[in-house]
Design a protein around this ligand. Structure first.
Ligand SMILES: Cc1ncc(COP(=O)(O)O)c(C=O)c1O
Length: 296
């Protein structure tokens, strides 16, 4: 990826209903979203000029805002149109799409009912990483110290900026130790997810994944469950205790950014990417490819 800082790139950003020059899309330092994390966002990928599951992402953005107590001031159609138009204006085919909504500067205290809700969308080039041979080498994960919080202590179903504080800390610690990412347990001590992706395990031809009852039920996670079931592969969504990882033969992460990423190691546990990983890497790659390109 390019090393140009994100505020110094060229192109356009959709900002509160208008396309503005990339470097002019600024906020004030006294912005509520910056001080109190009153922000929700999405991470989407475009493949061949089409944003995969755009409407589901847009609906999640609006729902995340609702959970944080604010109404995103654009309809799903308007946000979808903004994303699609921006993708074309940026002239990109394979790209990452980042919509965000946040409380503005009109109030700067814990109570912030009268802040404007701002919305922006930025899109940048990000080629898909779907060389199955590369993928199948797998990644290594640390065990994170922080846990996904009890839904009674945080709005865990929202893709809210504040929930990423423990993810950034955990990922930094993992990377400093030479790992690609970290696996987080939940507040009960059950396996939850990685810092920006959901997790699946395989044993005896079936998939097992934690119930998404206190972390993001990823759009990729749901896509994988659907793809696996279409193949006749059983998928068990259930509580998984960390010790059970010793009994699984394969493991992969999945998320919009990660796509399907086989895992070889989580703390003391070892996995060998095999048939199920390969099948889902390939099925997911086929699923995200626009139909008009798949036919070529
Ligand atoms: C913490 C976390 N969990 C899971 C996911 C996967 O979600 P999705 O598949 O909707 O991208 C993401 C990525 O957005 C994430 O940040």
């Amino acid at each position: 990826m390019s090393a140009i800082p994100f505020d110094q790139r060229d192109g356009e950003i959709w900002f509160n209903g208008e396309f503005v020059a990339w470097q002019d899309a600024k906020v004030h330092v006294l912005t509520h979203g910056l001080h109190y994390a009153s922000a929700v966002f999405e991470g989407e990928r475009a493949y061949g000029g089409e944003i995969f599951k755009l409407r589901e992402h847009t609906e999640r953005l609006i729902e995340s805002g609702r959970i944080l107590g604010f109404a995103v001031p654009y309809s799903a159609d308007e946000i979808d149109d903004a994303c699609t138009a921006l993708l074309h204006r940026q002239g990109l085919g394979d790209a990452y799409v980042r919509p965000i909504a946040w409380r503005g500067s009109e109030m700067l205290g814990v109570a912030a009912q009268n802040t404007r809700i701002n919305v922006a969308v930025a899109i940048w080039q990000w080629p898909s990483y779907f060389d199955p041979a590369q993928r199948m080498r797998g990644i290594r994960l640390d065990m994170a110290e922080y846990r996904r919080p009890d839904p009674r202590t945080a709005p865990s179903r929202a893709k809210a900026s504040g929930l990423y504080m423990i993810c950034t800390i955990s990922k930094h610690i993992a990377e400093a130790k030479g790992y690609a990412d970290a696996l987080m347990l939940d507040w009960r001590g059950q396996v939850a997810e990685a810092t920006g992706a959901n997790v699946f395990f395989a044993r005896d031809g079936a998939l097992h994944t934690p119930l998404a009852d206190c972390f993001l039920d990823g759009i990729t996670r749901r896509t994988i469950i659907d793809l696996a079931r279409r193949r006749g592969i059983a998928v068990h969504e259930r509580a998984i205790m960390p010790e059970e990882m010793a009994t699984f033969s394969e493991c992969f992460l999945c998320g919009t950014a990660a796509e399907v990423a086989p895992v070889t190691e989580i703390g003391p546990y070892r996995f060998t990417p095999g048939e199920l990983c390969r099948r889902l890497v390939e099925d997911y790659a086929a699923e995200v490819t626009p139909k008009r390109l798949a036919a070529e």
